[in-house]
Design a protein around this ligand. Sequence first.
Ligand SMILES: *Cc1c(COP(=O)(O)O)cnc(C)c1O
Length: 368
Amino acid sequence: MRVPLMNLKAQYQGIKHDVDEAIRNSIDNCQFIGGPQVKSFNEAYAAWLGVKRCVGVGNGTDALVIALKALGIGPGDEVIVPANSFIATSEACSMVGAKPVFADCLPHYYTLDPVDAAAKVTPATKAIIPVHLYGYCAEMDEIMDLATRHNLFVIEDTAQGHGALYKGKKAGSIGHLSTFSFYPGKNLGAYGDAGAVCGNDEALMERVYMFANHGRKDKYNHEFEGINSRLDGVQAAVLNVKLPRLDEWNRARNYLAGKYSELLRDIPQLELPQVAPEREHVYYVYTVLAQNRDALQAHLKLHGIDTGIYYPVALPYLPAYNTYGHVPADFPVTYDLQSRILSLPMFPEMTREEQIYVAEVISSFYQN
Ligand SMILES: *Cc1c(COP(=O)(O)O)cnc(C)c1O
């Protein structure tokens, strides 16, 4: 049996008719930039998230840059980001001329450690970017308290957390702004690059819109310089077909995670994902901590099972951040995780047989 890590083909088979028609309509109507599909996606996504406004943009990395710019963050400013994330989170800070300052992550939950984040606050700190990593919410109460105490902005990087819940609130509806990626493999994915910035503050969201559109309100009236980063019409049409199915897909992921946890709970060499009370995980990936991780990954590969490592080298230890001179002891939890994390196949269409096969191959590895 072959089990992929994600299965975009299986998802497309289920929605092919609607997606093909939506794409064809966009092209028939030549609605490439802006237009009714973009407008209706922005409105539907804001309503689904429970915020006043959503501005579709080119991708999730631009979304972070645009959010930082709209908040006026730039040279001389520091932004606290988790050591354990995709590089887009820290890259966006550098892109606007600010300095990303890393903080360690929590054991068991893997999201930003609010205590270490507090220790990293200096007079130059302007914002914190918690990441809802793997589909699990960061500790938003503690992070919002910290932000209030020091007068900081909070941008929720929700690229992996579409639909995750924190104490009844959706991830991405809590901070001053939130950003989303609709990269094809994300819980809500377009058929190319796409992203969004969301928020409740009308004036701030207008700056977001303008920055993503060359600093203009209308055609050639530019109030400031911005960039060109827009959600295109064809991608919006695809997202409009997929958004109504997102909650159902997330429920399927949750069900599969429960099944994994049953199948794998008697393997002492694994630590399974944990979910604190009043949280709902959306399992962008199902990540375990595994003893002898590299050998387990090779064993799974040999048996046709694809896995992922998010991320094999944590941000502070990447060549891109060599100049910071970070050592393992700076982020002990993150450093320890990078050699143990392993993400197992997870996609809403995954079958019972596929899951049982994955569990059997893992058991056989530890029994030998
Ligand atoms: C995917 C991702 C991004 C970037 O999104 P793109 O759409 O690929 O630019 C940002 N942050 C995190 C945590 C991500 O996983």
